[in-house]
Structures are given as C-alpha cells and as structure tokens.
Design a protein. Structure first.
Length: 575
C-alpha cells in the first residue's frame, strides 16, 4: 500500500510501525509485516486553504458553515486576542448551542434538521483569551443560507486607527499642534502611523503612543488625519479632524490683532462711528454729521440718542424732573403738579364788612376753614402748622387767638411726587371791647367806640369798620391795586441773571415796615413757587435764591406783594 507522508505529520520514521494497524484480526492476534520500499515526494505538498463564511467586523474571529444533508456544521475560529478562549456559543435563529473546542483551538457544533435554502441568522458569544471577558456579536449578526458554500479564506484584516488629538478646534497663530493617534491590528501588528494635513504628509511615528508635533502653523483651515499601516503594509485612514488657526483677538471685539487699533481694548477698533456731543453729556446727536475712527475725537462720543445736545441735563441717562422729559424717551415720567387753589370759608355767616380772609376777634366768625384743591393731587401739606387743626389733608381749620397776619402755604403732591404750592394770608383784627369783654370795637369817623354786638350791623351799614381805628389803617390794600409812583421808588426787586439757566438771585428792598410775599407765577397766573413771605422792616434788604433747574423753560412772573403795592417782573428760564 502507499501511505502519503503528510498523513503522519512529524512522525519519527524510526518507529513507523507504531502508526500502522490492521483491521479484521482478532484482538491479541499476532501479525507480522515489513516495509518493502518507501517512496516519498521531495516537492512540498500544498494543503487547500480553509474556507470561511466570514470574519467579524471586530476582527475577533472567522466562522464557517458547511451543509451535509439536512445538517449544518458551524465552526468558530478565534483570531488575535480571542485565541485561547475556552467558550463559544452559536445562536441560530434564536436558540444558542454550546460549541465544542477541538485540538486546533476552533469550536464546532452541528445543527440538525435544516431545510435547504433557508436563511439562518447566526451570531456568537465567546471568551476573549483564556480566562478573559465575554463578547457577543448579536449587534452585527451573520447570515447563512442552508446548502450554500462559503467563499475563500479570510484576507488580512485592516488595522484600525483614530486621531485622538487635537481635541480643540481653534488655535491662535503661530500655533504648535500635537497630533496623537491610537492604532491596533487584530491579526498582526502596527508598523507605523503617518500624520497628514489634507494630502500633505506632516510626519510619522513607528512607536506607540503614536504622535507628531506640528510647529509654527499659520492662520488657515486644516483637515487632519492619521494613517496606520500593519505588518503586511495594509493601511487605514482615520476620520478627519477639522481645525482652524486664527490670528488672535485678545479683546474679543471681532477684529484680529493684525487689524485692530488696540487689541487689548474692546472699545477701540476700526470702523467705530462717533457722534457729535456739543453739551459733553456723553450722548451724541444722531442727526449731526458723524466721524468714523479708531479713537474718540474731541467733542464726540460713541453713544447716540441725545434729544437735546445743547443741554447736558437732558440725555437718555438722565432722570425726568417734574413736568419735563429729560431722558429722551418721549414720555413724561413725572407729570407736573398743578398749583392748588385755596378756598376760605368762615365759620359764621355774620357780616363783618371785611373779606372772608379777615377774622375779627370778638365778632362774627372766629375761625375759617381752608380747603385746597388741585387736579391729580394725592396729598396736601400745610405749613406752618401753628393754629391749624391739622398739618395734612385737603381741608384744615384755622382758629386764631391773637391779632396779626397769618400766611399759610399748602403743598399739593401728586402720585409721582411732584409738588406745587399756594399761599393764603388770613388777617386777624382784635375787635373785642377794651373795657367790657361783651362789647365790640368799631371805628366810627376816626373814633373808637365800644358797642353791643346787636348794634354792629347798623354801624357797618354806615361804613364804620370793626376794630380800632389803627387796625383799620393797617389793613392791606385791595388786591391788584398798584402802589403810587413814589412808593414804587422806595421798594425794589432785582433778578439776576436774567435770562437764567438754573439758580436765580432775587434781591428785595422794602421802603417801609411791611408784610410781604414773594412768589413765582407762570404766564397763566398759576402760582409756581412761593419764595418767601413774612414781616420786614423799612429799609431791610432780602437776598433770596430760586433753583429753576427743575422747572421747564419759558417766561415766568416774579411778583412782590406788600400791604401798599404789587411789583411784577419777567424772568426768562433757558436750560
């Protein structure tokens, strides 16, 4: 017989008889044999390659399936780090079967009763190396058609590679960029990793960890990749990492250092538009010609929006004042309070021959009710409070105890806090009898009489006056009646400056002992502000001041009223 040598592998030919046996002899029967001639072929024997159905995407194994009749035999062939494992389970259309490991290190299992042409869904659970962890290929199953023959043996598996750095996407020029990659080969080893910018080779590294430092990188956009080669020179290129190298913009104003006027100041850069700022309040006039520059020219500002570039108190950052829009928003945040009017109501209707603002102690009304009214007023405050029933409220009662002139100022305040004042003067004349407390004093043709209260009405009807004759002479002149020229010469009112922008000096010279009142009115005759009131001696000079900064521009009347005269002067306010 002829026995091919390849059947014996590494057999020791000195003991060739150990490899031979004969069939058919009874156990223990003796048998003699000898070798006549041994022939052997000196040419190498080519063993047909193993045919696999596929290789796992991970490179962990190859597998094959062979149909014999209705049986399908599966083989699991570990690769790389998977080799040496002691577990393999094949799952066929759901159920799993524990495979048997053979002496070659492969695992096999035959699934019976399969129908030709049926497509089987196949995946494996396997151990990675002896005592290693388990993996499962259920996420990427294989397909095998019963009765089909698989293709040729698996080819060399390509290496895997990933560019792990740079992780940043932007760098400042000139940049130093380190490229780092990881690479692996399931059926061999990595010989080198090359680093590319586009198609340009930057450098390579043959030793893990694989890296290359790219120096002095200029501004631009770059596409970086890593290309790994295995020991059979098969290569794989990584995914592209896109980066941008830019000229730095230190102040983040949108202008790189090679274009910026000052790259450390975000407020300074090319193309800034500056607006004329005539009043120096930091806000410019958008309607005036502009200047484009890097730095702020004198008399200009970066901010527009000034609605009055001739008044520094009016700009978008200003606060509204009562009755004036100063923040340029077109809205009046603080509406002006209208000056109040004061009604005087005596507590009695008994006729005294005098106005409602005069009280005669001892006859007629002995108190008056003062009632203020003003549109939009939210509260009222009275001063001085002496003699009044209250210091707040629209209505108060004044009850005098002694003769004299009493001037009360009421301040109306609206919801915005804006105020306006008005004053009223109550004259109190003592008409009580000097000898008899139940009598009343009247001035009859220059003589003082003490009469009963019942006789007062008849005397008043004959033009007599209540009180002593000296009290009658001291009564204030009728409102609105001008003083004589000689008196006007001795009383003076001086305003400066006029026109005024904010503060106004008011100089008052009084020619005689007098009770006076100095107040500001608008052209409608509405009281704007009471500056001062009281008693002054002859020849006394008063230096007063009014801050008009919070009042609207326009023409006002400054009115000085004494017992003898009224002086009006025009005052122009220009902010």
């Amino acid at each position: 017989m002829i026995i091919p040598l390849r059947a014996f592998g590494n057999l020791d030919w000195a003991t060739l008889e150990q490899a031979l046996m004969f069939a058919g002899d009874a156990p223990g029967a003796a048998a003699d044999f000898y070798f006549d001639n041994v022939y052997y072929n000196t040419q190498p024997v080519v063993v047909a390659p193993v045919t696999y159905c596929g290789t796992a995407a991970s490179g962990d194994y190859s597998w094959k399936a062979v149909t014999s009749g209705s049986n399908v035999a599966f083989t699991f062939h570990p690769l790389g780090a998977t080799a040496g494992g002691n577990l393999a389970i094949v799952y066929v259309n759901g159920p799993g079967y524990l495979m048997t490991k053979n002496s070659a290190g492969d695992f096999t299992y035959t699934v019976p009763n399969q129908t030709s042409g049926t497509v089987l869904n196949v995946y494996f659970t396997y151990q990675v190396g002896a005592g290693g962890f388990e993996r499962n290929s259920a996420a990427t199953p294989h397909a095998y058609t019963v009765g089909a023959s698989c293709g040729a043996a698996p080819v060399n598996a390509a290496p895997t590679v990933a560019l792990t750095s740079p992780t940043a996407t932007s760098f400042s020029a000139p940049a130093t960029i380190t490229l780092t990659a990881t690479a692996a080969d399931t059926d061999g080893s990595i010989s080198r990793v090359e680093f590319y910018q586009g198609t340009t080779l930057l450098g390579s590294d043959a030793t893990a960890p694989f890296s290359f430092t790219w120096n002095n990188v200029s501004a631009g956009a770059y596409s970086l990749t890593a290309k790994a080669f295995d020991d059979k020179n098969l290569s794989t290129t990584s995914a592209v990492v896109a980066i941008t190298v830019v000229i730095p913009d230190a102040d983040n104003d949108g202008y790189p250092a090679d274009q910026d006027c000052d790259d450390n100041n975000a407020a300074v850069h090319p193309g800034l538009v500056f607006y004329a700022d005539a009043d120096g309040d930091g806000f410019g006039n958008a309607g005036a010609p502009t200047v484009t520059a890097c730095a702020t020219p004198a008399g200009y500002t970066l901010r527009a929006g000034d609605c009055n570039d001739q008044n520094a108190a009016i700009n978008p950052a200003a606060q509204d004042v009562c009755g004036q829009d100063r923040n340029c928003d077109g809205k009046l945040d603080l509406p002006a309070q209208v000056a109040p009017t004061v009604a005087v109501q005596p507590s009695s209707s008994v006729q005294t021959g005098g106005p409602a603002t005069t009280i005669y102690l001892g006859y007629g009304a002995q108190r008056v009710q003062l009632t203020a009214s003003a549109a939009a007023a939210a509260s009222y405050t009275w001063s001085p409070a002496a003699g009044l029933s209250a210091s707040t409220g629209a209505s108060v009662v004044f009850t005098p105890t002694a003769p004299g002139r009493y001037t009360f100022t009421v301040t109306a305040r609206n919801a915005a806090g804006c105020t306006a004042d008005a004053s009223v003067t109550i004259t109190v004349i003592d008409a009580r009898g000097l000898k008899h407390s139940d009598k009343v004093l009247v001035c009859h043709q220059g003589q003082v009489l003490e009469i009963s209260a019942n006789a007062v009405a008849a005397h008043l009807s004959h033009s007599d006056k209540l009180g002593s004759c000296s009290a009658v002479a001291a009564r204030p002149a009728t409102a609105g009646v001008a003083s004589s020229p000689s008196t006007l010469m001795t009383t003076d009112l001086t305003l400066s400056p006029n026109p005024a922008q904010d503060r106004v000096s008011l100089e008052v010279a009084l020619g005689q002992d007098a009770t006076y009142s100095l107040a500001i009115y608008d052209l409608k005759g509405t009281l704007v502000k009471t500056i001062s009131s009281g008693q002054s001696a002859a020849g006394q000079r008063l230096s007063l001041e009014w801050n008009a900064a919070d009042y609207a521009e326009g023409i006002y009347l400054v009115r000085l009223v004494t017992e003898k005269e009224v002086i009006n002067k025009r005052l122009v306010i220009q902010h």
